[in-house]
Design a protein around this ligand. Structure first.
Ligand SMILES: N[C@@H](CCC[C@H](N)C(=O)O)C(=O)O
Length: 291
């Protein structure tokens, strides 16, 4: 029997042997898409290879990442969050790596909890590796999350298609480099990971490039650590709004961030940041397929 936690070469086989098949739900927030794995009792032990297989767009279900839904009291990572959140979002990137936070992911996670009856519409906390995130949502419609206070850690540089761009180093629980650029973002080739300063970002970085396109409106593209170019990134949208606000000399305000998969809204009030946008569930099934 392969070791479930080791990322064995046959994760599909391991799942079949151990569980028969596992249930999944597919969802997205502005086309930043996720495989949601309901695992209330913490029975799944996801190795990186299983995550990568699930996220594979040709050989698997296909997604930018995985959201495992597990009771917070069963997760050591959430031990200090138990009074504030019943559920823990165990987020993994498409390559199987673990990240501290996912802004679109936590909105989709909240939509899953409400739609499946695990939480009531309204406001509640979700435990994450980046601390408790308060979400607000109705029975339908957009989801807002309090993303916390962005930490601005200075400036750094990214290299894309041989061009170097200066940007703001913003930590949203996870690392970001948000660069306002003059070149049109629509013309960038982000199929390769941008160059960045490994001394500043020893664990890698999510790189956002954006143009200001209107009143408190920016157009952003992103290359995510562990997932490649995605059609949206919630933590990246907040980092971008922070960099846009910094460039405008306006520390507070509301920004529209246009991404390839739609538009999200970011509000900076000087104390915290809020991210609002659509979060939808589109399909459910079992993996491996049981027919
Ligand atoms: N898409 C997410 C961010 C996911 C994590 C990121 N790739 C990292 O490794 O930090 C979002 O919506 O914030």
């Amino acid at each position: 029997m392969p070791d479930p936690g080791s990322g064995d070469a046959r994760p599909d086989l391991w799942v079949r042997l151990e569980f028969g098949a596992m249930r999944f739900v597919k969802g997205h927030g502005t086309e930043n898409d996720f495989v949601i794995l309901p695992d209330a009792d913490a029975r799944l032990d996801l190795g990186p290879q299983l995550v990568a297989t699930l996220c594979d767009r040709r050989a698997g279900i296909g997604a930018d990442g995985v959201l495992r839904v597990v009771r917070a009291k069963l997760c050591p990572e959430a031990a200090d969050q138990l009074g504030e959140a019943e559920w823990f979002m165990d987020y993994r990137n498409a390559d199987g790596s673990i990240a501290e936070m996912c802004g679109n992911g936590v909105r989709v996670f909240a939509r899953y909890l409400v739609d499946s009856g695990l939480a009531a519409p309204g406001e509640f906390g979700v435990a994450t590796r980046g601390g408790v995130k308060r979400v607000r949502l109705g029975a339908t419609g957009d989801v807002t999350v309090d993303m916390g206070s962005p930490r601005v850690l200075g400036v750094s540089r990214a290299t894309v298609n041989g061009r170097e761009y200066a940007g703001l180093n913003v930590n949203m629980g996870n690392p970001h480099l948000a660069c306002v650029i003059d070149d049109p973002v629509a013309e960038l080739d982000l199929t390769r990971e941008p160059g960045f300063d490994r001394a500043t970002y020893p664990a890698g970085v999510n790189v956002e490039l954006f143009n200001r396109v209107g009143d408190h409106t920016v157009s952003m593209r992103v290359h995510e650590r562990g997932s490649g170019e995605t059609r949206s990134c919630g933590t990246g949208a907040v980092a971008t709004a922070v960099a846009a606000a910094h460039a405008a000399g306006e520390p507070t305000g509301t920004w529209s961030v246009r991404v390839l998969g739609g538009t999200v809204t970011v509000t900076l009030d000087g104390r915290t940041s809020y991210l609002t946008g659509p979060a939808v569930l589109v399909a459910s099934g079992s993996y491996p397929a049981s027919v």
